[in-house]
Ligand binder design. Sequence first.
Ligand code: G3H
Ligand code: ZN
Length: 286
Amino acid sequence: PLVSMKEMLETAKANSYGVGQFNLNNLEFTQAILQAAEEEQSPVILGVSEGAARYMGGFHTVVAMVESLMAEYETTVPVAIHLDHGSSFEKCVEAMYAGFTSVMIDGSHHPLEENIALTKKVVDVAHSLGISVEAELGRIGGQEDDLIVDDAEAAYAIPAECDQLIRETNVDCFAPALGSVHGPYKGEPNLGFDRMEEVSNLTDVPLVLHGGTGIPTHDIKKAISFGTAKINVNTENQITSVKRVREVLNENPDMIDPRKYLGPAREAIKETVIGKMREFGSSGKA
Ligand code: G3H
Ligand code: ZN
């Protein structure tokens, strides 16, 4: 069933595992992720950026696609459709009315008080509809769709500010930017675990780790031990699927039927997602 992230993440946090947010880019991504979740009996969060929603035909199209695939697959595991890095109150409301069960309001580029006011406004509407909300403080480096943060701008969240935002807004989960990056890392990631521990000591709210691609398993485990219950992955599925497309097309230069190269790409995404669900510990937890 389609659900919000609230219960999913509270259960994950209480039982020390993480739920993956896997981003949708097209039909094949959606199929692969839903199939992986059902096979693994894992809860799952489908992340949809504004850019990806635009590409797929808008929020309503995404919801209709997800709902009809879930009916077709007879999905039994909990699934959330989540707006990733929502850029404004209006976009969040638009997603909610289209049927999203969860939204992120990314006010991280605003000063603290403005971020709090904006997040609170989104929470008020969302909670009246049973929809969960994620907020962010600090700045995650790298690029995801329209969101570009260069190295100089990337900033670590301040624990006291995190605590203030969480208490004043009543968000359901919270992403403190602590050195994670969208897209591939340059070298080993250097996550601010001291601050993550401080934040997790200040709040009961499940934490979110963005930029999940390229984070080694020992760091994933450490993040989970410090209250992380949601881990976002997009780039890794893009890398494994395009690699498979290249292989197939190199071996078959005359191939023209998209089903023949996108089918194997879909398999590659499914294998990657299954690997992540096992690594995060969400397999068998639905
Ligand atoms: O919001 C989405 C994620 O943070 C994805 O990060 O593309 O580096 O895996 P990633
Ligand atoms: Zn992100």
